[in-house]
Write a new protein. Structure first.
Length: 135
């Protein structure tokens, strides 16, 4: 009605409207997450120098400095301790999202990127800079 989307919370009687200036759900930030498919490190493993997430950043509220984190897993169940980086303040549209010095990876790895709705990033690709071990 009148170019306004009215939304309701199925767990309570809360009502709200959508807006382009905030990414909160009933006043609270909501966790976001995505996980890659399994990456095979070859028979001898790799040295993972850098992971770079290419994304559109900077579409955030003016009073926040959002962060996102990366963790990895060899089995898809148990993940490493998350490594957090800033994901860009308001107007910082080309923020480089990069994790460095990730060490030796063997066998398979999945990568999980986590944040919350305050970061409002639009991920496009995840690039890996690595050296394959020959022995």
């Amino acid at each position: 009605v009148n170019d306004v989307w009215v939304v309701g919370d199925p767990a309570s009687a809360a009502l709200g409207t959508t807006t382009k200036t905030s990414s909160r759900h009933y006043g609270e930030h909501v966790r976001t997450e995505f996980t890659t498919g399994a990456l095979r490190a070859g028979t001898s493993g790799v040295i993972m120098h850098r992971l770079t997430l290419f994304a559109i950043t900077g579409d955030v509220e003016s009073d926040v400095e959002p962060r996102i984190s990366m963790s990895y897993s060899g089995n898809g169940v148990n993940y490493s301790m998350p490594r957090s980086i800033p994901s860009g303040v308001q107007g910082e549209l080309l923020k480089k999202l990069e994790w460095r010095k990730l060490g030796k990876w063997e066998q398979l790895r999945t990568i999980r990127i986590q944040g919350d709705s305050s970061s409002r990033i639009s991920p496009m690709s995840l690039d890996a800079d690595m050296t394959v071990l020959a022995w």
